[in-house]
Structure formats: C-alpha cells, structure tokens
Design a protein around this ligand. Sequence first.
Ligand SMILES: Cc1ncc(COP(=O)(O)O)c(C=O)c1O
Length: 349
Amino acid sequence: VVLVSARGHYSVEKIARILGIGNHNVIKIPVDTENRIDIDRMRQVCAQIREQNERSDEKTKIIAIIGIAGTTETGNIDDLVELRRIADENDTFFHVDAAWGGALLIVDKYRHLFRGIDQADSVTFDAHKLMYSPLSMGMILFRNETALNYIKHTSNYIIRPDSVDQGRFTVEGSRPFSCLKPWVTFKIFGKEGFRILFDHAFDITETLRDIVTRHPDFEPMNVPDIFIFNYRYVPRKIQARLDALMLEIGDESDPYRLIKLLKKLRRINDALNDLTIELHRAVRQEDNSFVSRTMIESTRYSPQKIVVLRAVTINPLTTPEILKEIVDEQSALGARIYQSEFVDILEKL
Ligand SMILES: Cc1ncc(COP(=O)(O)O)c(C=O)c1O
C-alpha cells in the first residue's frame, strides 16, 4: 500500500493503477482543518497494518509514505519531519510531492516552510507551476542515485552502458531537451526574480483572503500556506443562520435533536454547494476572470463535502484593485443567482 493524505493529488492513484498496485491500495489518511495530514491517524493506520501482519499470513507492505508540500486544492504543507519519522518507524520509503510548492525552495527565506524535505528519499517538483516555465516539466529527485537503477535500461544501438544519452533513467525513451525550460526561466529570473514573484504571490493571497473575509457575503474556507485560497458565496443572512446552527450543534446533548440539527445543516450546505456551482458557471460565462472550483471535506462542516471556489494567486500582474473587481463581480453574480434560484430553498430551510 501507499499512504498519502486525503489531499493527495489524483496522479498518485493514477500511477498506482498503472503500476498494477491498484488505486484501492492507495490509503487516504484524513487531514486536519488546516488540510495537513493527521499524523496521529497516520501512526494508527501504520500500527493497524503491523498488527494485521503479525496475525495473518497475508502480509501488507507499506511501499511508500507520501508527504505533500503544497496541496493542490488548498496550498498546505504536511509535517514532513514527522512523516520521515513514521517512514523510518515502518522501514519504508518517504516521498515528498512538492509538485506545486517545491520551487519556493529557490528563495532562502521560504525554505523553512519545507522543513524535513531534505530527508526525503525522493521529491517531485514541477517547473511548470511555481517556476513559471512552459508546460510540461515535471521533475523527480532521488536521494540515492541507485534508486534510478530500477528503471535503467540499455540497448545495443543507443544508451549503451557507458553512454550519456538522454533517457537512460526515465520511463520515456527518446526525450526532448525539456530541462531547457526551467534552465532558461532560472537564467532570466534568478533567485532575486523568484523572490519578487513569491513575495508578490504571498501579498496577493493575503489581499484576496482579506477582501473575502471582510466581505459580508463570502465565507473563507481555508488558510493556505502557499497561494491557493478557497471561499464561497454565502449571503450574510444565511451565514448568520449557519453560525447560529453551528453553535446549537456544539451545545446540543440530546442525540435526537442533534441529528435533526445536523440534517438541517446538511441541507443548507447542499443548497449552497449548488449555488457555488451555479456561480462558478456564471463567472466562466462572463469570462472577465478565471477561478477554479473543487470540493473538500476539511472545512468546519466536516465530514460534509463543501464546494468552494479555488483561487490560485500567483499571477505577477494581479493587483489588489483587480482582486477587488473580481470579488465585486462574483458578489453581484452570487446575489443574482441567489435571488432567482435559491432564496426560496435557503430561506425556508
Ligand atoms: C501536489 C501535486 N502533485 C502532482 C501534480 C501533477 O502535476 P502535473 O500532472 O502537472 O505534472 C500536481 C498538479 O496539479 C500537484 O498539484
């Protein structure tokens, strides 16, 4: 099995399927409300596997533990130091998926965010994400170069044992000179250029979070470490009802009444999920800005899955004024959709 958090990128299951491990053997460990892997749950799952192995003839091998350094949906970084420890306790391989966040390591002042990444057995990172290189330029680095021997291959007409041809250690055979892209990007921007880009990305992420948090008709849904912010349109009236309901749920001791309150909460969030999908469609239709959408369970309404708008705030040309305009447009569209399709449903609930 491979262990990764519920925020693991879909490519983990995809590759497990391709390798014949099967995506059912990718075990998704829950995350906390900050979207970081729940370390205690991870230890529990590993302990369960060890116990089962002692009792049964059919053994389960933990092939790898994966930590995420920049979750795709929420921009958070797992506790890599603890994950390394857990990998050692279980005598297994520790991979870090830094596809999204890894390029921040270029800038010294942001390296602390990735504490523990230097202890990984392998790390992926994508130049076509935070290195701002053209698609596609995924990379993987191995601690131990002999790990590459698993995919090493030679032939009589090319990549002979002593050759330096491309493709000696890759799944692809013939390959383009892809690393030209990050090399050029690095030459043009340099460390200082990346510092400017990342400082700006941190600033606009904070600005967007601030605009949304202060706006009475939006609900912020995550606190990112790096540049991905989730939120949804919730009219202030409905937000007040949600807040009151959450308090009631927290205080309710009668199980029967508690179930009724939870059902009500679920119905409100179901309607809000539909509203967010409609709003997302409307934003795409207007085509003045782009925001993506996803569905996560790690909000204050956990375990219910909540549809959120997912803003990736890395465009160096984005200004606070542009962000304000975008939120104003989304607010106007949200109000229109709410009035025309959801006011009856949501105010009756
Ligand atoms: C954390 C993470 N891992 C892996 C990937 C896969 O990246 P790609 O297919 O773009 O190389 C992504 C892309 O979004 C990602 O965010």
